[in-house]
Write a protein that binds this ligand. Structure first.
Ligand SMILES: Cc1ncc(COP(=O)(O)O)c(C=O)c1O
Length: 448
């Protein structure tokens, strides 16, 4: 039997109820999931409940969870302090579409962490946050065009569903990538308002700014391109972009939906010591409650008091803002960062050691508590490297074999990274590594 056939057979044996329930869900819900990336072959396991660092499926398999809701769960599941705050708020009302003091409290908690953030508005997701940040940046500059980085994901509104995972034959010149629209239903005309630049190539960005002088109003970057193998900025790239944005009068947006509060209390802006004009956030600021935020320099954010629209019935609802304040003020303390960073370091070095001992070809990219394993010895520096060198199918063997051993190593797909929560302990990391030590020899056999 081929390795994959064996792994799939075991998965099916362990998850018969999931299979049955998934097909039932699919009768009512396209692809059987609430967000299309969550669907995978042969079928995703169906979740029954979550607790601390664990997820349980409907067959009562327990998984140590390093997916953590696609990186949204740095506090782990059902964190007691967050649950208590939300429970208290439940008794006091969950939605007021009038001002309330939690708005100022949560906004101030964010502003204390991010040096460049003077003012904050809340949304319900990362997608809404990037959409509105881009809008107010365009409003401020009076220019329509957006510049984004090839391969970067910024949510699923029309302006960013371009060149995030485009096929190699459509990419165009490496220094002057084409804008590839990636969803049916997104007008092709959108491509006229979005330019695409390669990651870590300052000269290429400058050439695009020059060519589009007075047309580009906003540059959005994810300071580490997380879904492209966690590719870090090299040298002075982020600061170089800051200087180019100043020169060409472009608003510089950090999309910190994933990096925010994880890389450092003040996200990538603090970690790399670079000041963007606007920052977008979501995921881990909300402790597993649905929230997003965008904030930045006062003169840009005050555009919302003029003609730049930002509306939303559920924006800034008190239920999730209680979660946000609790996460930022009580849970993600200095000692919490020390804790997850130490675990991240151990996990990454443990992977490297096991790969070396067992002869698996690969390497780990790791920044504090975030990491990813690539089963290739080629460097992954940008989207094109990832597309060329990462064998997504081979990675499936690893991912499902880890599942079989009770560990979800990261969200499903080779592009994704692990998240370590404040509720993970050293023993959980050792359990993760023990599972990998069992899986690695099988991978090594298959690679040769
Ligand atoms: C960098 C980045 N920006 C934006 C988003 C969109 O966030 P959401 O899924 O909350 O809409 C994501 C989601 O994964 C993301 O990783």
């Amino acid at each position: 039997m081929e390795l994959w056939d064996e792994i799939e057979a075991t998965y099916r044996e362990r998850t018969p109820t999931s299979e049955q329930r998934y097909h039932h869900i699919r009768e009512h819900v396209p692809a059987g999931v609430a967000s299309t990336y969550r669907a995978f072959e042969p079928y995703p396991m169906v979740i029954d409940r979550a607790d601390g660092p664990y997820l349980y499926d409907v067959d009562d398999n327990r998984y140590l969870d390093y997916d953590l809701n696609n990186g949204a769960g740095m506090v782990g599941h059902n964190h007691p302090a967050v649950t208590e705050a939300v429970r208290d708020q439940l008794e006091r009302g969950t939605l007021y579409t009038h001002p309330h003091e939690l708005l100022a409290e949560a906004a101030a908690a964010i502003a204390r962490r991010w040096e460049p953030v003077d003012l904050v508005r809340f949304t319900n997701s990362g997608t809404e946050s990037t959409m509105h940040a881009i809008r107010i940046a365009r409003a401020y500059s009076g220019r329509d065009k957006l510049l984004k980085i090839e391969g970067a994901y910024h949510g699923c509104h029309d302006y960013v569903l371009a060149s995030k995972a485009a096929p190699a034959h459509e990419l165009g010149h490496p220094e002057r990538p084409r804008t590839v629209i990636e969803s049916d239903g997104v007008p092709e005309a959108i491509a006229d308002t979005v330019e695409v630049a390669p990651w870590n190539d300052l000269e290429a960005v400058e050439a695009i700014f020059r060519e589009n002088r007075n047309e580009i109003g906003a540059l959005i970057v994810e300071p580490i391109v997380m879904n492209v193998g966690m590719t870090e900025p090299t040298g002075e790239f982020l600061q170089g972009l800051r200087e180019l944005c100043d020169e060409y009068q472009v608003s510089y947006i950090f999309d910190e939906v994933k990096t925010g509060v994880k890389l450092a209390p003040g996200g990538a802006a603090e970690y790399y010591g670079v000041e963007p004009d606007l920052v977008t956030m979501a995921k881990s600021i909300g402790g597993n409650y649905p929230v997003g935020a965008f904030g930045g320099r006062e003169e840009i954010m005050r555009g919302i008091e003029g003609d730049a629209a930002h509306f939303g019935t559920y924006n800034g609802n008190p239920l999730v803002l209680r979660a946000v304040s609790t996460v930022l003020e009580e849970v993600l303390t200095e000692s919490a960062y020390d804790h997850v960073d130490a675990l991240g370091e151990r996990l990454a070095t443990g992977y490297e050691e096991i790969m070396e001992d067992t002869g698996v070809v690969g390497h780990v990219a790791n920044v504090r508590s975030q990491g990813i394993v690539h089963f290739t010895d080629e460097p992954i520096r940008n989207y094109r490297d990832f597309d060329e060198h990462v064998d997504v199918e081979f990675h499936e063997n690893y991912w499902f074999a880890m599942l079989e051993r009770g560990v979800i190593p990261h969200p499903h797909h080779a592009s994704q990274q692990w998240t370590i929560s404040v509720q993970h302990e050293r023993e959980h990391v050792e359990e993760h590594l023990a599972a990998f030590a069992e899986v690695a020899p099988m991978l090594a056999d298959r690679q040769t």
